[in-house]
Design a binder for this molecule. Sequence first.
Ligand code: UD1
Length: 426
Amino acid sequence: MDKIVINGGKTLSGDLPISGAKNSALTLLPCALLTDEPVTLRNLPRLADVDSFGHLLNQMGVSTTIEGARPEDFGRVMTLRAGRITATVAPYDIVRKMRASILVLGPLLARAGEATVSLPGGCAIGNRPIDLHLKALEAFGAEIEIASGYVRASAPKSGLPGGEYTFPVVSVGATENAIMGAVLANGQCILNNAAREPEIVDLCKLLIAMGSDIEGIGTSKLVITGKDRLHGATYRVMADRIEAGSYACAAAITGGTLNLLGAKISEMEATVAALREAGVLIEENAKGVHVNASQGLKPLTLSTAPFPGFATDMQAQFMAMLCRADGASVLTETIFENRYMHVPELSRMGADIEVKGRTAVVRGISDLTGAPVMATDLRASMSLILAGLAAKGTTEVNRVYHLDRGYERLEEKLQAVGANIERVGD
Ligand code: UD1
């Protein structure tokens, strides 16, 4: 299996292009199920999860064609067409490898009137149930049965009647499934305490371009009036705010200066506020976001929260960065119960981190040291890359497939800004 080998200690500088957002792509792709007309997505990141999602949709009768980009370009253009849905099952083997496949539930139910989706089970960062996805769709009139590890959802012959649901906790995926379930309903569907992440705004914008009626976009109350049918559309996937935040941390941990091309501060304000508090200078310009971390890093106290709060998907990267801060930082993880799997690996690189329940105290040290490490999830793997970029000596990050799920051509992007990093086959 491939690994990434980093000889740390290089100060990064230069232009780094930010790809299309993985988490947007994974909710925009299933929208193709909602219409028999073609949906074209531009700026799709080249990632293993995007390919897997395409294959899942192929199994449901969706044709996919990829065009445009040359191999050396970032991003791709994919046209999806669900002329006729031929299967409504997302099998265990696919859902277990890619949790986001549960996002076919809402659109299949809306267009085909039924969906059978494997329960995803737990994952490396926690228990992650899907009860809220099911409760929201039930509130809109779906019938839900659970048997043999699968959820079977069905709608009345005439379609979902509509209804109202208030989420007891904010869930990105459940909000997405509920929105996609609602857009073809017979009546009005109201969601209260909906997630407000920029990826949900991206989803709503595509659905509007396809003819949907959604009010309250970007707020916690969404009012969706179902349409008889939706039409095709062409849409550009937003820039990946988590990728941008991760590379901002790469600049910070190496004391470097990066231009994150295509990034927008308005989509990552909590990350930017935290970086500024740590002493990093950040400005937006016509090309993207400029990050200058030539000053030392100050410690932080941070707690993860749903958008617009500090993203749980940035917690691991900040933890690595704060290992180099001048003092003790306190991080609290409130979204997932098991999201400190990177701590023992960072400790092997010399980090001084103490975890008590949901809180981690990170005491800054002058130098991390390279070591062979591995992580069990995507963002944890990125935190090890960041630590490796700053560490003295050689770091080998194993289980590269996690990174391939979420960072488009990571080593190429980092090499271009001065990192000594390469992918090595076994
Ligand atoms: C999405 C993102 C993920 C990010 C997370 C939180 C994608 C593909 N993934 O995951 O990168 O870390 O948002 O920003 O977009 N919950 C329930 N019942 C449910 C659903 C969720 O209890 O039915 C709980 C979860 O266990 C968790 C919390 O709600 O504690 C938030 O999870 P959620 O926002 O749903 O995360 P995902 O959509 O799975």
